[in-house]
Design a protein around this ligand. Structure first.
Ligand SMILES: [Zn+2]
Length: 451
């Protein structure tokens, strides 16, 4: 036997098994397994005659050689006596019949855990179900017996399953939706009109035509006899997952057939980071309490904390990317620099970017320009510190936050650094006229020079 024959035999046995078990359940018989490959049902008394008087019928879908007691067990193929008996019984039942996959998801709680498992969570990020509805949707299963023209081969059985829009389901979807194991729908579903296509008869006709066309293409040398039409209700899920880390939640809507969602064969969508637009199943929280994806996170070169790019700046002195709180604005260059990298200018003592200092002076100290005593800035400063008016040879430079001033008189020089907005003294130093070294004026002596 070749591999393809073996596969074909397995497919045929599976199709026959699926049909037989469903049909027995549909005509109201209770099927019980008896060992691995054998099933049995108790024949109702009024139907025993057509079963040659048998009370309990044992049957299998595996060729008798593999079963053990071939005589007592009916080997079911589409050509078997029992199969024909079953078709006769079905003819008296309502068509199309309504069925559900035995394994279908029936409660939202069967979904939640698997949906959550699609994501990895870190940094305090959490996920919960925002809401989820299960709604039955209709599929149509058409079961055909494929006859052989020359009559020497066993007839074959094929099921074709269609979506409500007439699309033929592929094998993978049939497996995922467990359509090979159906049970008759309960009375509550029979009364439920949800999931019933609006133009039911048209749907039926279109699916039958499509099925016959598909079978003609696949089995050109066989005739196709429609044995049963079954509407199958499968639960479809639609809901929202909510991700948060204690604050506002991000919604991730999902939808799909409940069964593949519950078994991880279909994943809910990845989370989209609202700040960066990046998508991922790795959900993370930032240090400032926002939900994002791990791929969007940056690590702070100063603290090792993680955050989103909009929380980061680049240090102009080192090129390091760090959280904004670890950077300061250099008052002379206006550039952003890691606070830990600022250096004090040896002259004016302002903390500035290392690149702003050379030969003992910052850019502000090097840029001192002579200024007239009539300059309104000086006039304002003299108003605050009247004794400064006694000095002459004023020079001034400005940074974003300070005035740096120098003056000379009586063979001495004076350096004054004032906070621009408040005129508060930030540094006061004196030097001899010809000395390059400034000496800071102690706090106790400042008043003497200023007021
Ligand atoms: Zn300076």
């Amino acid at each position: 036997m070749t591999t393809s024959q073996l596969t074909s035999t397995a497919v045929d046995a599976q199709a026959t098994r699926s049909f037989t078990l469903w049909a027995l359940r549909t005509i109201g018989l209770r099927v019980e397994p008896e060992g691995e490959h054998v099933f049995r049902f108790l024949a109702p008394e009024d139907r025993r005659e057509s079963l040659n008087g048998a009370g309990t019928v044992r049957f299998t879908f595996v060729e008798p050689a593999g079963v053990g007691k071939p005589g007592a067990i009916e080997y079911v193929t589409p050509a078997a006596r029992m199969f024909q008996w079953l078709l006769d019984q079905l003819k008296t039942s309502r068509q199309p019949t309504l069925a559900v996959p035995v394994a279908d998801v029936t409660g939202v709680e069967q979904l939640a855990e698997r949906l959550f498992a699609a994501y990895s969570l870190e940094g305090g990020a959490a996920v919960r179900l925002g809401g989820c509805d299960l709604e039955p949707r209709s599929l149509l299963r058409l079961s055909f017996r494929l006859g052989a023209v020359d009559d020497t081969r066993t007839p074959r059985l094929r099921h074709l399953n269609f979506l409500h829009d007439g699309t033929l389901l592929d094998d993978e979807s049939v497996t995922q939706l467990r359509l090979d194991d159906l049970a008759p729908a309960g009375p509550e579903l029979l009364a439920d009109q949800r999931g019933l296509p609006e133009r039911f008869d048209e749907w039926l006709d279109a699916c039958q035509a499509a099925a016959r066309e598909s079978l003609r293409a696949e089995f050109p040398d066989r005739s196709a006899e429609l044995l049963a039409t079954c509407r199958v209700l499968c639960n479809h899920a639609a809901g929202t997952l909510l991700f948060d880390c204690g604050g506002q939640a991000i919604e991730v809507p999902f939808e799909g057939w409940a069964l593949p969602l519950a078994h991880g064969q279909q994943l809910p969508p990845p989370l989209t980071c609202p700040a960066t637009g990046r998508q991922s199943y790795h959900v993370a929280a930032t240090c400032d309490g926002r939900v994002t994806v791990r791929e969007a996170l940056e690590t702070c070169g100063e603290s090792g904390k993680t955050g989103l790019p909009d929380q980061f700046e680049t240090c102009e002195a080192t090129g390091t990317r760090a959280l904004r709180e670890f950077l300061s604005t250099c008052p002379v260059s206006d550039g952003r620099v890691l606070t830990s990298r600022l250096v004090a200018c040896p002259t004016c003592r302002q903390r500035v970017s290392p690149g702003a200092v050379s030969h003992g002076h910052c850019q502000a100290c090097r840029a001192l320009q002579p200024i007239s005593k009539d300059d309104p800035r000086l006039a304002q400063i003299f108003g605050e510190y009247p004794k400064l008016d006694r000095w002459s040879h004023w020079k001034l430079s400005e940074t974003s936050s300070a005035y740096v001033l120098s003056a000379a008189a009586w063979g001495r020089r004076l350096l004054v650094v004032l906070q621009k907005d408040s005129l508060e003294v930030r540094h006061l130093a004196a030097a001899g006229r010809w000395s390059a070294a400034w000496s800071e004026v102690p706090l106790s002596q400042r008043a003497e020079l200023l007021r």
